[in-house]
Design a protein around this ligand. Structure first.
Ligand code: IMP
Ligand code: MG
Length: 185
């Protein structure tokens, strides 16, 4: 199945099929690491929704799901480093095996803040699965056990990732033409 590629997309960098294969592979690794346990998946809204939905269904380990929404970007394309909770978890995570589900780690600032915040709530364990990781992530010391794809620093959209709330619904990850965002702050 090949999706239509909108004209604002310069290039598809990870296809729908490649994403599906990677999700299955990550789920297999996580299943192997959590035998006999239950997992609390914590999705970071909104970017992680597509990945979370597919990943949860690929896992065989029993899971429950929570979501958290934080803001670090506004609609700009570079990190401000300021993290704000827009929606907190609905319940406590004491003694739970938490797996934080992230769409992309760019500067790593959001994740570093999230891990500190959630780590203080006494989970039994906490790990991170990120579909995408950019090279800058290496500069902040964030332990990410499961990574789907290492990609260049370019701004990408699709499969949950947005530019100004658009393109989340694309089934692939693609490069946005620079002219699309060059004119906005
Ligand atoms: P960080 O704090 O710089 O690691 O940024 C993490 C968050 O920024 C992600 O969860 C995304 O919401 C957003 N982000 C980073 N890079 C991209 C991108 O290329 N496209 C869309 N959103 C991005
Ligand atoms: Mg975003």
């Amino acid at each position: 199945m090949t999706a239509d590629v909108p004209k604002e997309i310069e290039k598809v960098i990870i296809s729908e099929q490649e994403i599906a294969a990677k999700v299955a592979e990550l789920a297999k690794q996580v299943d192997a690491d959590y035998v006999g346990k239950e997992i609390l998946l914590v999705g970071v809204l909104k970017g992680a929704v597509m990945f979370m939905a597919d990943f949860a269904r690929a896992l065989r380990t029993p899971v429950s799901m929570e979501f958290m929404a934080v803001s670090s970007y506004g609609s700009s394309t570079s990190s401000s480093g300021v993290v704000r909770i827009l929606k907190d978890l609905d319940r406590d995570i004491v003694d739970k095996h938490v797996v934080v589900v992230e769409d992309v780690i760019d500067s790593g600032l959001t994740l570093s803040w999230l891990l500190k915040n959630m780590g203080s709530r006494q989970p039994a364990s906490i790990e991170v699965v990120a579909l995408l990781r950019k090279p800058d992530a290496a500069r902040v010391d964030v332990p990410v056990k499961y990574v789907g794809f290492d990609i260049p620093s370019d701004f990408v959209v699709g499969y949950g990732l947005d530019y100004a709330e658009r393109y989340r619904d694309l089934p692939f990850v693609g490069l946005l033409r620079p002219e699309v965002y060059a004119v906005r702050p």
